[in-house]
Design a binder for this molecule. Structure first.
Ligand SMILES: C[S@@+](CC[C@H](N)C(=O)[O-])C[C@H]1O[C@@H](n2cnc3c(N)ncnc32)[C@H](O)[C@@H]1O
Length: 234
């Protein structure tokens, strides 16, 4: 029956099963308030590595790392920023780049955005954004897409939580964010300092101390900056 389905539909079916029959082990999903953003509840894995291993074993093939199954520090801070300053997103057309769980997109919707789009390259993330938006009773239009070679489309505010997590991603994201900002779109980044963000290209607007829920994080709390691309003279 699953043969004709596309990847997002298959992922959504798998997530529905996981959400409705979660089991009791550490490899289950739970709907829980996000530590720094308790207004938003997310379906997250009790232990994302165990959940991933079980799902791969059941599928019989590799699956992308379930980044969507954790509330990343960068996304938590950016979501907090939007809810603390609703005027940043209210009435605006928002794109949440690399949305993961959809936390940032959901916060933008709760802050009163006119329209929220979320994109991610992982079909499970797209399905998770839908499930999490439903759980929080907001509308988010999620798509499986890599927009990094585009100009970002019709958008007033571009949001990017925790996108500088490795060198190849950072090398693609920064020129994209600068290009989008260069055509007058507001761009906001939430970054916990993973070492891939070049100093001097972005300016800091705020700093949050974020409780971590990430797999393998050794620090219980980490400082996360809210940044925007620096305005260049001329
Ligand atoms: C560290 S997670 C951050 C998720 C979310 N923004 C947050 O802060 O909670 C990074 C996300 O980037 C997504 N990703 C990686 N490359 C991408 C690309 N080229 N376009 C869109 N999403 C991408 C991954 O699938 C993953 O969901």
């Amino acid at each position: 029956m699953l043969a004709g389905m596309d990847a997002v539909t298959r992922a959504a079916a798998a997530l529905r099963r996981e959400i409705h029959t979660p089991g009791t082990g550490l490899d289950r999903l739970r709907l829980v308030p996000t530590p720094l953003v308790p207004e938003v509840r997310l379906h997250v894995a009790e232990d994302a590595i165990l959940w991933w291993a079980r799902m791969e074993a059941a599928a019989g093939h590799r699956l992308p790392a379930p980044y969507w199954a954790s509330a990343w520090a960068g996304g938590q801070a950016l979501a907090r920023y939007l809810l603390d300053r609703p005027r940043v997103a209210a009435g605006r057309r928002v794109l949440d780049l690399a949305s993961g769980s959809g936390l940032v997109a959901i916060a933008a919707a709760l802050a009163g955005a006119a329209r929220v789009r979320a994109c991610d390259i992982d079909p499970y993330a797209v399905a998770a954004v839908d499930a999490n938006a439903r759980a929080n009773r907001v509308a988010v239009d999620s798509t499986e897409a890599d927009l990094l070679d585009t100009d970002g489309g019709d958008v007033d505010l571009l949001l990017a939580g925790d996108v500088f997590y490795d060198r190849p991603m950072a090398d693609r994201v920064l020129p994209f964010l600068e290009r989008v900002a260069g055509r007058g779109v507001d761009v906001l980044v939430g970054d916990p300092g993973r070492g891939h963000l070049p100093e001097g290209r972005l300016e800091t607007l705020a700093v949050y101390q974020v409780p971590s829920t990430e797999p393998a994080d050794e620090e219980p709390v980490r400082p996360v900056r809210i940044l925007r691309p620096s305005r260049r003279p001329g």
